[in-house]
Design a protein. Structure first.
Lengths: 804, 284
């Protein structure tokens, strides 16, 4: 039979890797037909709401629930006393600490959960919250981690001050851990004897991922069959199932956890929150489903802050600018409980990637975690664990060193980049970078923006400013970043003991379509689109014929979920490996059907062909049908495969960004004139989805750099609890981004892909910040802290004497 | 973010509104677009057991320009302001200011009456109305009366309006000369860090008259007579603008908040005002 269509057309028909396939999810999202947690309505469902502490630190002397219980429609009001017999008044955190589910004797941050009201109607629950009477005795509040470490006030009275914590000895009753990586003595020696040393202190402010959908859950305990179903905003549904089983004593096969559509996660939905526990307990107590969904203020105040790192750095170099050593110390404000969402062995995440993209011979990192009267969290907001902090640190240190050397910051980067031939490269703080070509990327970007021309223009602007002809300065923000994503490997990385592998299970149906299920869960990344593309290329069936399912623990294989840009590096690899198992069996079926030896056929796009006789072939559709209707000697019927993938290493995406900004020194208003972003995420699965991810990550980077913060006053009151004050950029505030790419595949990943969702955030924050700081460099600025909102920019100008 | 229970009323005439206000006193509030009141109710910072919706009352919205006088019904939305050709011709500052209020979704609902009557120091229309020397028309149990915008505001959320009165319209003489509404804000939807409304008329190359008001720099809008007077007779050069700014700065009283400390706000206020004057003068 002569083939009517060309090979090119067959490739195009697959909609496989490399094509900008439109997102299959968007048909429902753009029509308002998504199915989010708050859309779930079960028969007889009750509604929960929290009584929260107005104080940041107080003893809870009494809780009177009588008036609330008297309100018609109120079914229960749970306090710590009710959870204690179940041993659920506290819960373990991901960081080896424990956290109150409901206030047990005292409250430690404003907005802390004190009592959980359950009522027949969401409005009645809200009314009942007002009727719960809590008698507080205010205690001294500690919001400054440095003061906390010197204070006699004991925040965590539940902890033995002399006993070690989860990560070793504690120096003080408000100290959590010390984590050290690298060679401190050797590093200090190098720095002390260096020709040039630059130092800087910088505060990476507390912020919040603020996904459009807040956190919530619906728990339904079926007392007849003993099965608990929990729908929730979970970035790691299988881990939630395991934790729920360990905490509740319900056997894991009797727990079903479902993550439905999730409206953005960005790390906010990795942790386990009191609301989840309370909805589960309330359903067990009442025997009917119970829903809890937090509102925006609750989300900003109580679930999952990010950053809050006080970083102190020293960097040394030769007079020519070759970096010789790096020293970093972090005082990490973890709030009231250490609930950081990091792999178990990494109490400061992957902060030890702080040597960045540079060949630095010796380095040291020390991190001290501290308790304060702030909300717990410490999640990785659109980044792999603490990588945004690490990259911000090194990209600021580079700028400060450039000032010290009186050198161009782009050139300083160029002469210190890890060279292409050095990969795989083992950094001073331990990580093995898989692949990279930094110089090519850097030169491409600098050429694209006419970097030299920009510097000339900037110098002219400074002169014009000094002559009084303009009140606007020009800043050129540079950043070069290396991400570290795709946790595992299992030998290094676990969450509560669960190794960080991931999984994919594929079933090919007889008519040549397929369903694939993975252990990850999309929160907007577009997995249903892109994983189908990986499989289409691997197994030769069109992506349009492959359904991707995630998020239901009763059907999906065990996986560690989606965060830290791990879905493509880990689950994407599992998909490719499972696809190859399908293909291996398909090859045997094809050979049987074509009456040749297995090795005499080869895979070609969507079929197996007899080598040397391309007119003799069997399409994957024909093979799928044969798998179910032919008795093939030596082969089981059916065409299915499963793969659990433990990555041999992380992947290391990188990128080069330039931002050009004009700054009005009188109003402090920055205008972004240009933003150029080159990303190298290895093999590109869907360029359109990549571009969308980059736009999103850059916009969240803009937010963090230019205004987004969770600020507290001295009494521990949250000053930025609504979107009026918490900066969430709209289309109006966002510039036009120019995107570009290079492709340096990961050598150890089955398809060479590295992950991209978080790179733009990691690289974007220092780029925006450096643009602001660069504008003031000619007037003596070395470092000013983010967020660079109007008044802080104005303050910088004022401090530099630019207001006359 | 769930309000306490309230009774909802939708009377069809003003007599019905006033009767409800008389019956329930401080427990009743009228609602126009709801974009200030409803968030306050959802935060339970405002408890309104009896909420009286003005949507069903005829004759409360609409813009008329006649005999040099502009009259705008209280229920006229910011969107209506932006899209009124006659208003854009007679008082272009209205459109320029309304375009800087919140975002299109809010402007479809938010009304002029609600904006001026609520007494929120962050709202843009009160300062603008003072700049235009508008009159606010009130209806109550004792009949109708008019209050000058410049006399209306006592403190944050405290106004001359009695509890049983409803603000039904604003009116002002069509302004002459150049205009500008200049606003600095952190983002779309934000209240002003500083905003200035300026009208300047010109004769013989000099300022004939000037009216200047600023927003969100005190607990009420600030119309500064001395700031306007500082420009009159001058050519709007650097010295005159500086004098006007200095006069305004002695009339404002900003407080520190998340938009920044007092020193920044005072500096920004001066810059914003200077720019507004320059733009208004260029159009005079």
């Amino acid at each position: 039979m002569k083939d009517e269509i060309t090979r090119e057309e067959r490739v195009a028909g697959l909609k496989g890797m490399g094509c900008s396939r439109k997102r299959v999810e968007d048909a429902r999202f753009t029509q308002g037909k998504g199915n989010y947690v708050d859309d779930i309505k079960l028969p007889g469902m009750l509604h929960g709401d929290f009584v929260r502490s107005p104080y940041a630190h107080a003893r809870v002397k009494s809780i009177n629930i009588d008036a609330a219980m008297a309100l018609p429609g109120v079914v229960a009001v749970l306090t710590a006393k009710d959870l204690e017999p179940l041993n659920l008044h506290w819960m373990p955190t991901l960081a080896g600490d424990k956290q109150m589910v409901l206030a047990d004797g005292k409250v430690l941050f404003q907005g802390q959960e004190v009592a959980f009201v359950v009522a027949s109607d969401r409005y009645i629950a809200a009314d009942a919250v007002e009727l719960v009477e809590v008698d507080y005795e205010e205690l001294e509040v500690l919001v400054d981690p440095f003061k906390s470490l010197e204070s006699d006030v004991v925040l965590r009275e539940d902890l033995d001050p002399k006993a070690p914590g989860a990560h070793g000895p504690r120096k003080h009753h408000n100290h959590i851990f010390t984590w050290e990586v690298g060679e401190e003595v050797a590093t200090n020696q190098v720095i002390d004897n260096a020709e040039v040393v630059a130092e800087s202190e910088m505060y990476y402010h507390r912020t919040h991922p603020c996904p459009l959908e807040t956190c919530g859950s619906v728990a339904s305990m079926d007392k007849v069959n003993g099965k608990l179903t929990v729908y929730g905003t979970f970035q790691a549904p299988h881990v939630v199932r395991t934790v729920a089983s360990l905490l509740s004593g319900i056997e894991e096969h009797n727990i079903r956890v479902v993550s439905p559509d999730i409206g953005g996660g960005f790390g906010n939905k990795v942790g386990v929150y009191p609301g989840y526990i309370c909805s589960i307990v309330a359903s067990i107590v009442t025997g009917v489903p119970v829903k809890w969904v937090e509102d925006r203020m609750e989300n900003l105040m109580s679930t999952a802050f990010a950053r809050d790192y006080w970083m102190k750095g020293k960097i040394s170099a030769t007079k020519e600018g070759k970096i010789t050593g790096l020293h970093c110390h972090v005082t990490a404000d973890h709030g009231a409980f250490d609930a950081c969402a990091d792999p178990t062995k990494f109490p400061a995440g992957f902060m030890n990637i702080c040597t960045g993209s540079y060949d630095i011979p010796v380095a040291y990192l020390g991190v001290d975690g501290v308790y304060t009267n702030k909300a717990p969290g410490g999640v990785s907001y659109r980044c792999s664990f603490r990588v945004t902090e690490a990259v911000y640190f090194i990209e600021r240190m580079i700028e400060v060193l450039a000032i010290e050397l009186n050198m161009d910051a782009a050139e300083l980067r160029r002469i210190n980049f890890i060279r292409k031939e050095q990969f795989p490269y083992t950094a001073a703080l331990g990580w093995e970078y898989d692949s990279g070509d930094y110089h090519t990327a850097w030169d491409k970007v600098l050429k694209a923006v006419d970097y030299d021309g920009l510097r000339v223009e900037q110098a002219e602007r400074v002169q014009a400013f000094k002559r009084g002809e303009t009140r606007k300065l020009m800043g050129i923000g540079l950043s070069f970043f290396t991400e570290i994503v795709g946790a595992g490997p299992v030998k290094n990385c676990d969450i509560l003991g669960m190794g960080m592998f991931d999984s994919c299970e594929i079933r090919i149906h007889p008519t040549g379509s397929a369903v694939a299920r993975l252990g990850t869960i999309s929160q907007g990344q577009g997995h249903a689109t892109t994983f189908a593309q990986i499989l289409a290329t691997e197994i030769g069936l069109s992506a349009e014929s492959i359904t991707i399912e995630e998020g239901d623990t009763d059907t999906a294989p065990y996986g560690l979920g989606t965060y830290g840009s791990r879905s493509t590096p880990v689950a994407g690899a599992a998909a490719a490996m499972a696809g190859r198992k399908i293909r291996a069996k398909a090859q045997m079926i094809a050979a049987y059907l074509l009456e040749v030896h297995d090795n005499d056929v080869e895979f070609d796009v969507d079929r197996f062909v007899v080598k040397g006789a391309p007119e003799r072939f069997k399409t994957m559709k024909e093979i799928a049908y044969a798998a179910y209707n032919q008795a093939i000697p030596g082969l089981e019927p059916g065409l299915e495969a499963v793969s659990y993938y433990d990555p041999p290493n992380m992947t290391y995406p990188f990128g080069a960004y330039v931002c050009v900004m004009d700054i009005d020194v009188d109003t402090g208003v920055p205008e972004i004139r240009r933003f150029y972003a080159l990303d190298d995420c290895g093999t590109r699965i869907n360029p359109m989805v990549i571009e969308g991810q980059i736009h999103g990550g850059l916009t969240e980077a803009l937010a963090v750099a230019l205004g987004q913060e969770i600020a507290y006053d001295d009494m521990g009151n949250v000053k930025t609890g609504t979107l009026m004050d918490f900066f969430l950029p709209t289309a109006w505030e966002v510039p036009n981004y120019e995107t570009d790419f290079t492709v340096t595949p990961s050598p150890h990943h089955p398809i060479g892909a590295k992950g991209v969702g978080e790179s733009p955030h990691v690289g974007g924050v220092p780029c925006f910040s450096n643009a602001v700081q660069d504008a003031f460099r000619p007037f003596g600025n070395r470092h000013t802290n983010m967020p660079h909102d109007h008044w802080r920019i104005w303050q910088t100008a004022n401090d530099l004497g630019l207001h006359g | 973010m769930i309000p306490a229970a309230f009774e909802y009323y939708r009377p069809t005439d003003m007599e019905g509104v006033i009767a409800l206000l008389q019956e329930h006193g401080d427990d009743a509030r009228v609602i126009a677009g709801g974009h200030s009141l409803i968030p306050m109710m959802k935060l339970r910072m405002a408890e309104v057991p009896h909420l009286i919706d003005l949507q069903a009352i005829e004759g409360l919205s609409g813009i008329t320009v006649a005999d040099g006088t502009i009259s705008i019904g209280a229920m006229t939305t910011q969107h209506d302001i932006i899209n009124s050709a006659s208003l854009a011709a007679a008082a272009p500052i209205m459109k320029e200011a309304a375009l800087q209020i919140a975002d299109p979704q809010v402007r479809y609902m938010g009304t002029v009456g609600g904006n001026v009557a609520n007494g929120d120091p962050g709202n843009d229309m009160p300062g603008l109305m003072q700049c235009l020397n508008a009159k606010f028309h009130l209806t109550g149990p004792d009949g109708d009366r008019a209050v000058d915008a410049r006399d209306f505001y006592e403190a944050a959320y405290m106004t001359e309006r009695e509890g049983e009165e409803v603000l039904t319209a604003v009116s002002f003489a069509a302004p002459v000369g150049g205009y500008a509404y200049e606003k600095q804000k952190r983002k779309i939807g934000d209240y002003a860090t500083a905003a200035a409304a300026v009208q300047i008329s010109k004769a013989d190359g000099k300022v004939a008259a000037a009216s200047i008001a600023m927003t969100n720099l005190s607990d009420t809008p600030v119309w500064s007579q001395t700031a306007g007077a500082a420009l009159v007779g001058a050519d709007c050069g650097e010295a005159a603008v500086k004098a006007a700014v200095t006069a305004m700065l002695s009339d404002i009283d900003p407080t520190e908040d998340n938009r920044g400390p007092v020193a920044f706000k005072r500096h920004a206020a001066g810059i914003v005002l200077g720019r507004a004057i320059a733009r208004a003068w260029s159009r005079a």
